[in-house]
Design a protein around this ligand. Structure first.
Ligand code: ACM
Ligand code: ZN
Length: 616
């Protein structure tokens, strides 16, 4: 079956390429589907194409409405839904009879034939993923809101797609504690998650530097905890009201994205302590943290008032998020205050705990039990392994994979998000030319190479790896444009890691398909990173002559360059052939797209040395 899929893909590529000069557009989907069989020709969606929805599945109507909303935003065509109790054999037909090839509720089968399109899945969610593929078969303007497409533009190439995800958990995280982003942007982020067939938005809502969720019982959390002093004496901050949270969760639901809140404890909680210092070991006072890093002040694990407060907070938060998983943080909790706090030490004695690590386990275990009474499953960063894992905890492995491996060996569920592969706050290119990042180096190719299931696990242990997630921490990301720049296209690479069968993953082909994907992101007005031209070295020393070769990192863009030290722009020289220099030079080059958008600049120094006398 897998071999067949590979052969089919080869065939598809050949057919796809040979079709270039015909009307049929090439198929370039991200993430790459599990299986595709390409026919010749196409079906054209027109205002006369009804969307037939089987009348026994009301959820499907919402999926059809979602599709219609996209088509109507991107084109001048209006579509209509018709309920039906049988296969109409024409038009666009969504149903949930379920395809024969899989039992996966997220799988779907799509067939585009001469007189219609059928999407069949076991669930409306599966049909939704079929719709995502269908949107990618249409021109990229369908992702925009400018009605750019006319009545003859909605051509869909004939194809059969049988598709299902490799992992059930396919997440993206966003830290809104260090910097806050408006609700409209959160919705755009959710749209990006959905278009990549990913299904979890991990919303990191509380931090040392800001508490971002309204809690009615504790108004000071947002009156005080949501605001920090800036360097110039001003205030930075804000928060989401419960109504805004409900609005986001509802929006995400319509895109089959589950929203997982994170309420950090026991560490990363200075903003809460600034509002309610009695929850700390020392009693404070505290101010909402202004600098990044790890704070020593954390919730006191000895005082009952801490747990009363947290249970009240959780009561309100669980009511807002229907997802069964709930993230409680658990990372980077220094123990220095607990070591000298009479209340914490008493707790250690009373509970027969060995040390402060076991006190942390006690803390997490108590919270887990409380969450269980609300039918929520606890997720925590891998530090929750220290001192013993809570009974049913899911571990999010971030300090590499070792925490995830240890948890899987203890038969606990695992979400992989190792910083070395999936921290999208790391540099994605040369730190000298990239916008400031937290550090690290994580080019897209490395993301693409990630394998979430460690080989060291046994077959039964491997089943505990639910999937993977990209994390966007925002210490150095203060604008929505920069979130987009850091997240994309690395998130596109991750989407194939978590969706596409391992044996179909191929970086060269991914880059080729990404060419079409960039156009979709353009239509959505996403500020993704454009890769700069690739050079072997940025400093050359030569004697007589040097031939400089630049590699274009994007198919559908030019390299523009200057040799007079000025910044290249869309009017600068176009690079076509190697450049030959016989004296010192500084070459500055950029990738410039047809839209005029361009990459960061690479600077290449060419330094001609005087030859040694015996070489003259
Ligand atoms: C983390 O990056 N501190 C989970
Ligand atoms: Zn204490």
């Amino acid at each position: 079956m897998k071999k067949l899929a590979i052969q089919l893909i080869g065939l598809i590529l050949i057919i796809g390429l040979s079709n270039c000069n015909k009307e049929t557009p090439e198929i370039k989907l991200v993430p790459e589907p599990a299986e595709m069989i390409i026919g010749g020709g196409q079906y054209q969606i027109s205002a006369r194409s009804p969307i037939y929805v089987s009348d026994d599945d009301p959820e499907l109507v919402a999926v059809a409405e979602y599709f219609i909303e996209r088509v109507e935003a991107g084109s001048t065509i209006d579509l209509e839904i018709q309920l039906i109790d049988h296969d109409p054999g024409k038009g666009i037909y969504f149903h949930t009879d379920g395809p024969a090839f899989t039992d996966n509720p997220e799988g779907y089968e799509m067939e585009v034939f001469g007189s219609g399109i059928t999407i069949n899945a076991k669930t409306a969610k599966g049909v939704f993923y079929g719709v995502q593929s269908l949107l990618q078969l249409l021109p990229p303007e369908v992702y925009g809101n400018q009605k750019k497409l006319g009545s003859r533009d909605l051509r869909v190439p004939k194809v059969i797609i049988r598709d299902e995800p490799r992992y059930s958990y396919r997440g993206m995280h966003l830290d809104v504690g260090r910097h806050l982003f408006p609700v409209e942007f959160i919705k755009k982020y959710i749209d990006l998650i959905a278009m990549h067939k990913m299904n979890v938005f991990h919303w990191h809502l509380t931090e040392d530097q800001g508490w971002r969720i309204e809690i009615k019982k504790y108004p000071l959390l947002t009156e005080i905890g949501a605001w920090r002093e800036t360097e110039d004496g001003g205030k930075y901050g804000g928060f989401y009201t419960q109504d805004q949270i409900r609005e986001v969760v509802e929006y995400a639901k319509s895109r089959y994205v589950d929203v997982m809140p994170e309420i950090e404890l026991p560490g990363h909680s200075v903003a809460a302590l600034a509002a309610y210092p009695e929850l700390s070991c020392t009693g404070g006072p505290f101010e909402v943290r202004k600098s990044w890093g790890v704070a020593s002040d954390v919730y006191c694990a000895g005082k009952e008032v801490t747990f009363e407060f947290l249970e009240d907070v959780l009561d309100e938060v669980v009511g807002l998020f229907p997802f069964e998983y709930f993230h409680i943080g658990g990372d980077e909790c220094p123990k220095v205050r607990w070591e000298v706090c009479a209340d914490c030490q008493k707790r250690i004695r009373d509970e027969n705990l060995k040390n402060e690590h076991e006190l942390q386990s006690y803390f997490i275990g108590r919270i887990e039990k409380y969450l269980a009474t609300k039918n929520k499953r606890l997720v925590g960063w891998d530090e929750i392994l220290e001192g013993g894992l809570a009974a049913n905890a899911t571990v999010m492995s971030w300090r590499g994979e070792s925490g995830g491996i240890a948890a899987a060996k203890q038969q606990h569920d695992v979400i992989m998000t190792p910083n070395s592969y999936l921290y999208f706050d790391y540099y994605q290119g040369n730190p000298l030319t990239e916008p400031k990042a937290i550090g690290g180096f994580l080019p897209m190719e490395k993301v693409y190479s990630y394998e979430p299931t460690p080989e060291v696990l046994s077959e039964s242990e491997k089943k505990f790896i639910l999937g993977a997630q990209g994390n966007v921490w925002t210490e150095y990301i203060s604008t929505t444009e920069k979130v987009e720049y850091m997240a994309l296209p690395r998130m596109s690479a991750l989407s194939e890691v978590v969706w596409t069968p391992k044996e179909l993953r191929d970086y060269e082909k991914f880059i080729y398909r990404l060419g079409a994907h960039y156009a979709r992101l353009d239509a959505m007005q996403v500020n993704y990173r454009i890769p700069p031209p690739v050079v072997e070295e940025e400093n050359y020393v030569f004697l007589r002559e040097h031939e400089l070769i630049l590699h274009n990192a994007m198919d559908e863009a030019d390299i523009r360059y200057t040799i007079d030290g000025t910044e290249p722009n869309e009017n600068s020289l176009i690079y076509t052939d190697p450049l030959v220099f016989d004296k010192d030079a500084i070459v500055k080059a950029r990738t410039v797209m047809k839209s005029g958008k361009s990459s960061v600049t690479v600077s290449i120094n060419l330094d001609k040395q005087a030859p040694q006398p015996d070489l003259q």
